[in-house]
Design a protein around this ligand. Structure first.
Ligand code: NDP
Length: 490
């Protein structure tokens, strides 16, 4: 694949690429080299209006299609994604900088899982029959909301587009998707695939743009629901705007999740999970377990082995299949991580390993920060309180279960949590006390489509994946059916 990845148009509306060069320029940069790969334009009002109008048209057609046939289209799209996994994974690597060994197994494939799951379940979904006596009964029907807006973060551009589109389309809605302007390329391919799979034109439109385009769409009266994956500050703005117009929302926001490693844990597994939960995707994952609480009895052993394993990670050009760790998505995101590393040092934490800008020989100009492990971290430090969204792990020592649960919960976030212990009773007892929407016992960051995913507290509302996600893209209609005459006092 050459580095000229400019699509035929910036946006995909009503089944075709469209362009409006009046929109602000979006430069698309390959994070491993800093080279420009594409030049796109942010949407103008004309593009937004065309996208909403076409989505409304498609939604009316689509809602009348039987759930079985809707499911078939989604499953065909899943099949096409799988057949094109290699090309889609390469594109994801260019868009985000994530290593090809990650994108081949974690992005398009996860999107396909989602389309298969919702495509398969929608025809089996049914309403309720509620007997009311005297021959009367009520029934419920699940109905679509209309045109749903998906707004994506830049870390999983293909996966986020599919995780939002699959339940939305299965439920009879249309979707307009606005990718992050940092990673605008992948969702366009998903839009092409939906058309090839037989979806009506306009059912899945992609509109590019900066935050102002997102805001324009959120406020558009033709949009019935907004599903955002992004940061807490953006979530507050988007949820506020949607609430003013009484629109439905799903908010998948940030986190500062804890991993609790008890003294009886399988240490190698706990270290492996802590590394995955801090360094996969160069640490740019919302559910990362960036506060690693380790019991004092095993702390030093844990840190020694963690350091050894972290220092053996292969950093380099993400296109090389052997490379395990790529650049950060942008220079700005790299600088944020480097700034937090300085803050950590200034606050008195010890930088055990990594945490510097590196220039691998095969990608010397990329935005690389070596995986950082801080020890001696205390709860009040900014690196232990704020979401960095970079490869910065904080290791914190604890002595007792009550203490670590209280410390783990002492955050505004509540996205995820993990616990490592061989004591299954303790595992469940602790999980019950943790304030987090998604929890793992003896593993971390596994997000199969069958399991609901989402946060509590400031980490958001609603759930993605699983049958639960369908509830967030549909509304129930209740119907009372009377068997006898109306008994009226008038
Ligand atoms: P941002 O919150 O900066 O942006 C998210 C999206 O919202 C982007 O497409 C952005 O556009 C758009 N946007 C920004 N302002 C507005 C607005 N006022 N109205 C409508 N849309 C707007 O997040 P990042 O892209 O930086 O992603 C990182 C964040 O995402 C982290 O906090 C991370 O935790 C979170 N995240 C959460 C996940 C979850 O499932 N819980 C998963 C992945 C990431 P633009 O980029 O053009 O400004």
């Amino acid at each position: 694949m050459s580095l000229s990845l400019t699509p035929q148009g910036s946006h995909f509306v009503d089944g075709a690429y469209v362009e409006d060069a009046d929109g602000a320029v979006i430069d698309v940069i390959f994070p491993a080299t800093g080279e420009q790969m594409a030049k796109l334009h942010s949407a103008t009002t004309a593009i937004v209006e065309a996208a909403v109008e076409s989505a409304q048209r498609a939604q009316r057609i689509w809602a009348a299609v039987s759930p079985l046939e809707r499911g078939r289209v989604l499953q065909r799209a899943a099949q096409l994604i799988r057949e094109n996994n290699e090309a889609l994974s390469e594109l994801e690597t260019y868009d985000t900088g994530k290593p090809i060994q990650e994108t081949l197994v974690a992005d398009a494939t996860s999107g396909a899982d989602s389309l298969e799951f919702f495509g398969g379940m929608i025809a089996a979904d049914s309403g309720q029959y509620i007997p009311l006596g005297g021959g009367d009964f009520a029934l419920t029907k699940r109905e679509p909301l209309g045109v749903c807006l998906g707004i994506g973060a830049w870390n999983y551009p293909t996966q986020i587009a599919c995780w939002k589109a699959a339940p939305a389309l299965a439920g009879g809605n249309a979707m307009i998707f606005k990718p992050s302007e940092t990673t605008p390329l992948c969702a366009l391919k998903i839009a092409e695939i939906f058309i090839e799979a037989g979806a009506p034109k306009g059912l899945f439109n992609v509109v590019q743009g900066y935050g102002d385009v997102g805001a324009m769409l959120v406020n558009h009266p033709g949009i019935e629901k907004v599903s955002l994956t992004g940061s807490v500050p953006t979530g507050r703005k988007v949820a506020g705007a949607a609430a003013a117009a009484l629109k439905h929302i799903t908010m998948e926001l940030g986190g500062k999740s804890p991993i609790l490693v008890f003294e009886d844990a399988d240490i190698e597994s706990a270290i492996g999970a802590a590394m995955l939960g801090n360094f996969y995707s160069s640490g740019q994952i919302c559910s990362n377990g960036t506060r690693v609480f380790v019991h004092e009895a095993i702390h030093d052993r844990f840190v020694a082995r963690l350091t050894e394993r972290t220092e053996s990670i292969l950093i380099g050009d993400p296109r090389n299949p052997d490379v395990q760790y790529g650049p950060m998505v942008t220079k700005a995101q790299m600088q944020i991580a480097l700034d937090y590393i300085e803050i950590g040092k200034a606050e008195g934490a010890t930088l055990q390993t990594g945490g510097v800008r590196v220039s691998p020989s095969d990608a010397p100009d990329g935005f690389f920060v070596s995986p950082a492990v801080f020890i001696g971290v205390t709860d009040d430090m900014r690196i232990a309180r704020e979401e960095i969204f970079g490869p910065v792990m904080s290791v914190l020592k604890f002595a007792s279960e009550d203490e670590v649960v209280a410390r783990a919960n002492a955050t505004e976030f509540g996205l995820a949590a993990g616990i490592f212990t061989q004591d299954i009773t303790r595992a469940h007892r602790v999980i019950d006390r943790l304030e987090a929407g998604t929890c793992w016992i003896n593993t971390y960051n596994q997000t199969p489509v069958q399991m609901p995913f989402g946060g509590v507290k400031a980490s958001g509302f609603g759930r993605e994946n699983s049958a639960a996600a369908l509830d967030h893209y549909t509304q129930l209609k209740s119907v009372y059916v009377a068997a006898g005459p109306v008994d009226s006092p008038y």
